[in-house]
Design a protein around this ligand. Structure first.
Ligand code: SF4
Length: 379
C-alpha cells in the first residue's frame, strides 16, 4: 500500500476548508505534470452521483477530466439479457428484479412493456425479498439478478441458503475488474489513473488491483463516497502519476483492507464463475459476466427454462437507438452532453439508451443535476 493511505481516517468528510485545500492541491499537481488534459476514470455510479450531487467538478482544475467508466450495472446489462427476461415473462413466468431493470430497453421490449401485456413483474429491493416472493406461492419465480460483484455476493448468499424449489436466477451479474482491463487497453481512452469503488473493494480487497496497476502501468486508488473521500483520492492518484508509481493506494482504509472480505469472496466464487459475456455498448468482455456454476444448474433459469427470444429480435435498430452514445460514454470517450439526444429525445421518463435509465447511469445523473452547465469545470 502506498504512503498517505491513512489520510482518509482523519478527514471530516464535508469540511469546506479541507475541500478547498484538496482542490488547491489538485490544481498544483495538474500544473506540475506539465500536460493537459489529465484524464482519470472512476468506475462507479455512486461516485458519479456524489461528484454531481456535491458539484465537485466545479472545483476541479479545468485540465483535470474526471470521467465515469463502465460503472453502472444496469447500463451494461446487454440487450440479449433483457430479451431473456422479457421472453420468460411473456412465457408466463413471474419475474422479480430491481426497479431500474424494469424500464431498461431490450431489442424490442422492456420488462415494463411485457408487464403492460399482462406479464407479472415484481420489483424487489433485495435478493432476499425475491426469495420471500417465491415462498409465498407455488408458481415458478425467476430472480433477474443484476449488479456487480458487491450485489452478486447477496445473490450467492440466497442460493447457499437453500431457496424454495420454485425459485431460480437469471444472472446478469457483471465483474468489474475485466471491464477496467478493457478500458485500459483502449488507446483512445487515454486514462492515466483509476478510482476504484470502495464498496466493491470492501468485498474484493484492494490487493485485487495490484497486478492490474503493474501491468498497465496505471495507478489505482480505492475511494470512499463522501466528497472529501473523492477529492483526497484524486489528490493521491495525481501524486502517484507524478511520482511514476504504478501501484494501488487505499484511500478508504476505514472500510477496505488488502484482503477484503474472505467469506464473501468464498460465497461469491462457490456460486459463480467469471465467463466471457456481452456488456451493452461495449461488446464481449473476457471474464466480464458472472454465470452460475454447474453445481447450481437446478437454480439457473437459463438451464431450467427454454427461453425463446427469437420473437423479440429486430432486424434493424430504431433511428434514435442508433444515435445513442452510451457505449462510448461507458468507456470514457465522450460525455452525456456530447449526445445530441441528451435532454431532448432522451429523458429519464422516455429513455433512449441504458445510461438514462438507471439512477447510476451517467446520462440520468447528469440530467438530474442539470447537465453540463451546473457540473462545470470539465472542459
Ligand atoms: Fe444514450 Fe440517451 Fe445518453 Fe444519448 S443521452 S447517450 S441517447 S442514454
Amino acid at each position: 500500500m502506498s504512503a498517505g493511505a491513512s489520510d482518509g481516517a482523519e478527514l471530516k468528510f464535508r469540511d469546506p476548508g479541507r475541500a478547498h485545500e484538496l482542490t488547491t492541491a489538485l490544481a498544483r499537481l495538474v500544473q506540475s505534470l506539465g500536460r493537459a488534459p489529465v484524464t482519470l476514470m472512476h468506475v462507479c455510479g455512486t461516485h458519479e452521483q456524489a461528484i454531481a450531487r456535491f458539484g465537485l467538478r466545479a472545483g476541479l482544475p479545468p485540465a483535470l477530466h474526471v470521467i465515469m467508466g463502465p460503472g453502472c450495472p444496469v447500463c451494461v446489462t446487454d440487450l440479449c439479457e433483457v430479451d431473456e427476461g422479457v421472453a420468460l415473462a411473456l412465457q408466463g413466468v413471474r419475474i422479480a428484479t430491481y426497479g431500474d431493470m424494469v424500464k431498461l430497453p431490450g431489442s424490442s421490449k422492456s420488462l415494463a412493456d411485457a408487464q403492460a401485456e399482462g406479464a407479472q413483474i415484481e420489483v424487489v429491493y433485495s435478493a432476499t425479498q425475491a426469495v420471500e416472493l417465491a415462498r409465498a406461492s407455488d408458481r415458478p419465480l425467476v430472480f433477474f439478478a443484476s449488479g456487480f460483484e458487491t450485489t452478486a455476493v447477496a445473490t450467492a448468499a440466497i442460493l447457499l441458503a437453500q431457496p424454495p424449489a420454485n425459485f431460480s436466477v437469471l444472472s446478469a451479474h457483471k465483474y468489474v475488474p475485466p471491464a477496467m482491463e478493457a478500458v485500459a487497453r483502449l488507446p483512445e481512452a487515454r486514462v492515466e489513473g483509476f478510482l476504484a469503488a470502495g464498496h466493491a473493494a470492501v468485498i474484493t480487497g484492494y490487493g485485487l488491483f495490484e497486478d492490474f496497476a503493474r501491468r498497465h502501468r496505471t495507478p489505482v486508488v480505492v475511494a470512499g463516497f463522501e466528497p472529501l473521500d473523492i477529492l483526497a483520492a484524486l489528490v493521491k492518484l495525481l501524486e502517484m502519476i507524478r511520482d511514476g508509481e504504478h501501484s494501488v493506494a487505499n484511500a478508504y482504509p476505514r472500510c477496505v483492507t488488502r484482503e477484503g472480505n474472505r467469506r464473501a469472496q468464498e460465497s461469491l466464487w462457490r456460486v459463480f464463475q467469471a465467463v466471457a459475456g456481452p456488456w451493452r455498448g461495449i461488446g464481449v468482455i473476457p471474464d466480464g459476466n458472472l454465470q452460475l456454476r454447474e453445481e447450481w444448474a437446478a437454480l439457473d433459469a437459463r438451464r431450467r427454462f427454454r427461453i425463446d427470444v427469437s420473437g423479440l429480435k429486430q432486424a434493424t435498430q430504431s433511428e434514435l437507438s442508433r444515435r445513442c452514445l452510451c457505449g462510448k460514454i461507458m468507456v470514457g470517450l465522450v460525455e452525456p452532453t456530447d449526445c445530441p439526444l441528451f435532454g431532448r429525445e432522451c429523458l429519464p421518463d422516455s429513455p433512449v439508451g441504458a445510461c438514462m435509465v438507471s439512477s447510476e447511469g451517467t446520462c440520468k445523473i447528469w440530467h438530474q443535476y442539470g447537465g453540463r452547465p451546473d457540473l462545470g469545470g470539465t472542459s
